[in-house]
Design a protein around this ligand. Structure first.
Ligand SMILES: Cc1cc2nc3c(=O)[nH]c(=O)nc-3n(C[C@H](O)[C@H](O)[C@H](O)COP(=O)(O)O)c2cc1C
Length: 334
């Protein structure tokens, strides 16, 4: 690998297995940034992606928060959509069948106000063909009840996961919040309660203000920050989560390019989700997938699984060498 790599002429093997979930490649789209998938089907072949995670679904339809619910910041986006969605009944009737027809690997992101609502949703979705996995959203910062309250307390996180686990045999992904003191603690609780996979991160709690009107830019006052601004936070969260649990992890946060995605993979994410980048460019996820493939060819990586989790953390500064004193070695005059 690295500079001495010999380019590969054959196509790299991009398949990844995340516990019980087997994907053709590690590029997925992130919930809430890709609609129900269908909105993007004129721009790209949905079956090319590793999978798509649809907008968060609740038992009943939700109108979301009052506007304004979006604000741009210098290197990220602030939103307080409040989990607006059509509800599970309309999802199953109107959205899922055409999505299935397009050959997409479909992961349904679920949310509820109570533990029982999550469990009931899991049960309803379980018997439906064409759903590859469920992603439990216990990390939304923009709703008053449920949402992040479940994701910031390890006991509540475990309760939600265990209740969902009891009602489905589908592969379970639990989506973690960065808005916690120890993501490792929540990760362990969710994994121990039966989550097969963890995904991180959801948006970072944040705020924007207009100094002229002296008003917050969002009606909700506080919202969730996404996009390039949060990538370093997300990478740190993935790094800590990968070290805390033995289950696969999906990296999310500020991924705009193949190089961004590769950073997450090398840190140990088995797959990535592309979020806000979809709103900048509808084909972003496909470009990222093609970029990863090109990188593998160029670097002589035959299978992406050989690259995942190969972060080298050995310190190579001279002062880390035991033979060095505190004083740096004298330099030759130039
Ligand atoms: C407009 C918008 C809506 C979102 N809706 C959801 C949602 O319904 N469920 C969820 O788990 N995450 C939701 N998210 C969070 C994203 O899936 C993702 O975790 C986050 O945006 C960080 O990734 P990014 O920086 O690539 O956008 C939403 C994000 C945005 C920007």
């Amino acid at each position: 690998m690295g500079q001495s790599a010999t380019p590969h002429s054959s196509a790299p093997d991009l398949r990844v297995s995340l516990g019980p979930l087997h994907l053709a490649n590690p590029v997925l789209t992130a919930s809430g940034t890709f609609g129900y998938g269908l909105e993007f089907s004129d721009f790209l072949d949905l079956s090319r992606l590793g999978g798509i995670v649809v907008k968060g679904i609740s038992l009943k339809p939700r109108p979301g928060n009052p506007p304004p619910r979006l604000a741009e910041t210098p290197c990220g986006m602030l939103n307080a959509i409040g989990l607006e969605n059509v509800g599970v009944e309309r999802f199953l009737r109107d959205k899922l069948p055409p999505l299935r027809q397009r050959g997409a690997v479909i992961i349904v992101n679920i949310l509820g106000n109570t533990v029982e609502e999550y469990a009931e949703l899991a049960s309803v979705l379980s018997g439906v063909s064409g759903i590859a996995a469920l992603e439990i959203n216990i990390s939304c910062p923009n709703v008053k009840r449920g949402g992040m309250a479940f994701g910031t307390d390890p006991h509540m996180a475990a309760q939600v996961v265990a209740a969902v686990r009891a009602r489905t045999s589908l592969p379970l992904i639990t989506k973690l919040s960065p808005n916690v003191t120890s993501i490792a603690e929540i990760a362990r609780a969710a994994h121990d309660a039966g989550s097969d996979i963890l995904s991180c991160i959801n948006t970072v709690s944040a705020m924007a203000v207009d100094p002229f009107s002296r008003r917050p830019k969002l009606a909700n006052i506080v919202g969730g920050l996404s996009g390039p601004a949060i990538k370093p936070i997300a990478l740190r969260c993935v790094y800590e989560t990968v070290r805390a649990v033995s289950c696969p992890v999906i990296g999310i946060g500020g991924i705009q390019t193949a190089m961004d995605a590769l950073e997450f993979l090398v840190v140990g994410a088995s797959a990535v989700q592309v979020g806000t980048a979809n709103l900048v460019h509808p084909r972003a996820s496909l470009h990222i997938l093609e970029g990863i493939e090109k990188f593998c060819r160029h670097q002589g990586i035959g299978a992406i699984t050989d690259y995942i989790g190969t972060l080298d953390t050995a310190c190579r500064f001279p002062f880390a060498d035991e033979s060095c004193s505190v004083e740096p070695p004298a330099r030759e005059p130039v």
